[in-house]
Design a protein around this ligand. Structure first.
Ligand SMILES: N[C@@H](CCC(=O)N[C@@H](CS)C(=O)NCC(=O)O)C(=O)O
Length: 223
């Protein structure tokens, strides 16, 4: 039996949260090591665990994987969440990259200075409403299936679900004009693996707070 993947990151969402989502959707149990101190991070660099001196780090199948997208595509490929042919993969990749661009704005938001918060929040809502969500609304409608690509759940669906919930936390009414996305959210929430991940006590992390922000800044701070 292969060992459980080991996730090494901060005790918070950041770039690792999509990995947690994808593993949870694939019903893969995993272990986590949380970085709380600069010493832990420096040790990882010194022992050669971090190819580019950056986290996330995921130990899986004998590899020390870095680069979030590489980690996610490995998991998606391994657990049949990456389409059935090259064309399906191409669409999954396009959807995932779009979602990642929106998600990046969300994960950087807690680190923005107080005077930029209002503007950045408005930009997230604007981009979700006018650039990203309309694409997925239209895709679901035209495709006529429960999922974005093909007729089975993929990496793109999991990341779309993650970003929908993340934007809703900031702007609760954001889905009002998107009936397809509302129905998609309900369907995804009812999938047993996702349902479990959304329940309290799962490895899903809460929205970032001041403690999370100060820990990240402390751990990554240059001497
Ligand atoms: N392209 C990388 C970026 C990783 C990254 O920027 N990680 C941050 C923490 S979330 C980090 O380790 N920063 C330290 C540094 O860049 O020196 C990925 O997607 O995994």
């Amino acid at each position: 039996m292969s060992e459980k993947p080991r996730l090494i990151y901060f005790n918070g969402r950041g770039r690792m949260e999509s990995v947690r989502w994808l593993l949870a959707a694939a019903r893969v149990e995993f272990e986590e090591i949380f970085l709380d101190t600069r010493e832990q991070y420096v040790k990882l660099i010194k022992d050669g665990s971090l190819m580019f001196q950056q986290v996330p780090l995921v130990e899986i199948d004998g590899m020390k994987m870095v680069q979030t997208r590489a980690i996610l595509s490995y998991i998606a490929g391994k657990y049949n969440l990456y389409g059935k042919d090259l064309k399906e993969r191409a669409f999954i990749d396009m959807y995932v990259e779009g979602i990642t661009d929106l998600m990046h704005m969300i994960l950087m938001f807690p680190f923005s200075p107080p005077e930029a918060k209002e503007k950045n929040l408005a930009l997230i809502t604007e981009r979700a409403t006018h650039r990203y969500f309309p694409v997925f609304e239209k895709a679901l409608k035209q495709h006529g299936q429960d999922f974005l690509v093909g007729n089975q759940v993929s990496w793109a669906d999991i990341q779309l679900m993650e970003v929908i919930l993340a934007v809703e936390e900031k702007t609760p009414a954001v889905l009002l004009a998107f009936p397809q996305l509302q129905a998609f959210k309900t369907r995804m929430s009812n999938m047993p693996a996702i349902k479990k991940f959304l329940q309290p006590g799962s490895p899903r992390k809460p929205p970032p707070d001041d403690h999370y922000v100060s820990t990240v800044l402390k751990v990554l701070a240059e001497e």
